[in-house]
Design a protein around this ligand. Structure first.
Ligand code: FMN
Length: 398
């Protein structure tokens, strides 16, 4: 079993991660992690934090001479904002002291964990909720998941994503982008999908849509508002048999949905063409089973199931789509109530993104990679990476 834990607050000194259960011998460098951390900062419409942080991971344990050693892998990411903000802003996350001179946050922002979190933990200052509920945590998540992703890559499994919609700008329907994604996948697997998307500053696979989305973000920003959107994650090279139908918590589709919804602000998940499945007759929805061109393996004539049937991967590309709600921190004030006085008040603006859909798509890639790596190690796992490789190769040969 692999698992990871993250710790750290948005304006704390650092984020910490521990990845446990990776087999020994997986090649791993800091670049494997930093490359994906840099991709998380991509996207027109990000706020000031993107200009402050330059995430570089420190690997503190579990890796020797560029390979995992089977021990827990400890990771650290410094928060540049912790130091940058100090000159004109007190250290809101000081570990000691009385907090004297630090103004409490008492205006909960609708759409954030602020009010429910403060009520749950009994805080009269919302700051601790803001700090841990913040999506800054996703930086460490991407770092931890990139460890698993490095292993997948060495096994020929790639995960990529692209943005489908930002606000009202997006592809008209699934069919419109599927041909392009199919071409990219045939050229270079899911890696080609994310590399092509990274060329666009909103991670969209179409230049006209990119331009329109950038305009839409500019107009929205000028109006003091914010945007959500949607994205698609594709995984290629995934073997048949990851996940299981035998018990609810082993289903791969359920585990992927949980992973996406665990990301801050994600509100809906679709596996394959799941949403249109509700209005399509069965004869036009279910993917026909056919022989591959060599006549060696059974495959599917289409992939509306998104590579998963009965909670088990079926060898087709895995397709997972996610929907992100609009960013809840707006220049335009929303209605709230001051929890210290009970008075109705407008919300106050703090530094924020106008939209984070491009960033969220890269976080979604990372979490999908983690789920696939976990399911893969359940099926082929061993103490060493060599054992994993051998078991996978043996299975592929049969
Ligand atoms: C990568 C990323 C960046 C985000 N940046 C911001 C931001 O700058 N400002 C903000 O208010 N919310 C931001 N969010 C969204 C909030 O974290 C999210 O809406 C909030 O946690 C509440 O969502 P929930 O109800 O799903 O937990 C971001 C989310 C992600 C995934």
């Amino acid at each position: 079993m692999i698992r990871y834990l993250t710790a750290g607050e948005s304006h704390g000194a650092a984020l910490i991660g521990i990845v446990e259960g990776m087999p020994a011998g997986v090649p791993l460098t800091t670049e494997d992690i930093d490359d994906h951390l840099a991709r998380r900062w991509l996207g027109f419409g990000r706020g000031g934090r993107a200009r402050i942080e330059q995430d570089r991971v420190e690997l503190l344990s579990g890796v020797r001479f560029g390979k995992t050693i089977g021990s827990p892998i400890a990771l650290r990411l410094e928060n540049a904002a912790h130091h940058k903000d100090r000159s004109d802003w007190p250290n809101v996350m000081a570990i000691g002291g009385s907090g004297e001179g630090i103004e409490p946050v008492t205006l909960p922002r609708p759409g954030h964990a602020d009010l429910a979190g403060a009520q749950k933990y009994g805080f009269d200052d919302i700051r601790p909720v803001i700090e841990r509920a913040s999506a800054r945590e996703t930086a460490m998540r991407v770092a931890c998941c990139s460890v698993a992703r490095a292993m997948l890559r060495h096994l020929g499994i790639e995960v990529g994503s692209h943005v489908v919609r930002i606000g009202i700008v997006g592809w008209e329907d699934t069919g419109a982008w599927q041909e392009q994604v199919g071409l990219l996948v045939s050229e270079g697997g899911a890696r080609a999908v994310y590399e092509a998307a990274d060329e666009s500053n909103v991670r969209m696979l179409d230049n006209d849509l990119t331009d329109a989305a950038v305009e839409h973000i500019k107009e929205t920003k000028a109006a003091g508002d914010s945007l959500g959107g949607s994205y698609e994650v594709v995984a290629t090279g995934v073997p048949v048999g990851l996940g299981s139908y035998v018990h609810w918590d082993r289903r791969l589709d359920g585990r992927l949905a949980q992973a996406i919804l665990s990301i801050q602000g994600q509100k809906a998940v679709e596996i394959g063409d799941g949403f249109s499945g509700g209005s399509t007759p069965g004869s036009q929805f279910h993917d026909p089973i056919t022989e591959d061109e060599q006549g060696h393996h059974l495959t599917r004539g289409s992939n509306r199931a998104g590579g998963i049937e009965g909670g088990v991967s079926n060898g087709m590309p895995i397709i997972v789509r996610g929907v992100m709600k609009p960013i809840p921190t707006l220049v335009k004030p929303l209605e709230t109530v001051d929890i210290s006085t009970g008075e109705a008040q407008p919300t106050r603006y703090e530094r924020s993104d106008v939209t984070s859909v491009p960033a969220a798509s890269t976080v979604a890639e990372a979490t999908v990679a983690w789920v696939l790596a976990a399911a893969l190690l359940e099926r082929y796992g061993g103490d060493t990476f060599e054992q994993v490789e051998q078991r996978l190769a043996l299975d592929a040969a049969t």
